[in-house]
Write a protein that binds this ligand. Structure first.
Ligand code: FO1
Length: 301
């Protein structure tokens, strides 16, 4: 079995290709989740589900394609400003999730039900049930990741990043049994600090991946993050912003790092880790399928 660790942007792009070629499960970051207007938004789970069901808005890589924002705009007219621009169809998913949670279902079960209703065939598993929050420490104080990224447009200087309540988070039974069944772990091209680190820090996850084949796709090309604030956050955590910085973060358990063709000079062996260069820029489904084929060839080798 192949299990993919995913955040909300880079990896869902890849999953859209991978799903055409094989079956897999996805363990998803929930540390960027936030309650807005009475509903729980799980941006990364939703982007994974929307990508796997072809509902994703491929312009923004969050939300549902052709969504409208009637409720969001009406709330604004009423003087109530939501932190995130929530689409109407997207909000329907948040309402259903929150109702299931209020009825006592776990986030794992609520996600399973919603994914099934959206026609998703793969197992999409939240990393844990406990509420964990990515907090960005800035000169203006501490703020939730969404406040930093959306309200403040990722502009404040980042002093530190931490995951509130991670010490109480433990892998769910579903995550544990999926990891037991998995021979290969794929760490997608997601932000290593805010998307992948929370997954690795959930008790019971990192411990289980040392004896598996772990393949990662670098979200950093040259000295720049492909998208989002990965570069800024890596720097704040003391890592070099380069594929080698990614290697440094994952080196304890990594077997293969896929870097972009433009970083071909890095290919070869670094300690025990194989570095392979491939086109990692995903502009469309064809790119996603091509990169997925390379990944699958590495699994078989
Ligand atoms: N990102 C934005 O930059 N602006 C938004 O208004 C916004 C709304 C939003 C609503 C639902 C959702 O699931 C995601 C949303 N995002 C928005 C994306 C989100 O802030 C982040 O890109 C992810 O958390 C990164 O993984």
């Amino acid at each position: 079995m192949l299990t993919v660790f995913s955040g909300g942007t880079g990896t869902p792009k890849l999953l859209r290709g991978l799903k055409e070629l094989c079956n897999f499960a996805v363990i998803v970051n929930t540390a960027e989740d936030i309650w807005i207007s009475g509903n729980k938004i799980c941006p990364d789970i939703d982007s994974v589900m929307y990508s796997l069901s072809e509902l994703i808005d491929t312009n923004k890589w969050w939300g549902i394609k052709e969504d409208t924002f009637v409720t969001h705009e009406m709330l604004k007219k009423l003087g109530y400003e939501e932190m995130l621009k929530v689409g109407d169809m997207d909000r329907a998913i948040h309402i259903l999730r929150s109702e299931l949670l209020r009825k006592g279902y776990s986030l794992t079960e609520a996600t399973r039900q919603i994914a099934k209703r959206l026609g998703v065939k793969q197992d999409v598993l939240p990393m844990c049930e406990e509420e964990v929050e990515t907090i960005i420490v800035t000169p203006y104080g501490e703020m939730h990741f969404q406040e930093f990224w959306v309200s403040k447009r990722g502009e404040p200087e980042v002093i530190d990043v931490f995951f509130r309540n991670i010490e109480n988070a433990k892998a769910t039974d579903d995550v544990v049994s999926m990891l037991e069944k998995s021979e290969v772990i794929l760490i997608g091209p997601s932000n290593p600090i805010t998307s992948i680190m929370p997954i690795l820090e959930v008790r019971g996850i990192k411990e289980t991946i040392y004896d598996k084949k772990v393949i990662a796709v670098s979200p950093i090309i040259g000295n720049r993050a492909f998208s989002g604030p990965a570069g800024k956050l890596m720097r704040a955590k003391g890592f070099e912003v380069s594929p080698l910085g990614i290697l440094e973060i994952y080196k304890d358990f990594l077997d293969v790092l896929i870097v972009d063709k433009s970083d071909e000079k890095l290919s070869g062996k670094y300690k025990d880790i194989q570095i392979i260069a491939e086109n990692t820029v995903i502009n469309n489904k064809k790119d996603a399928i091509k990169l997925s084929k390379t990944i699958l060839s590495l699994i078989d080798s």
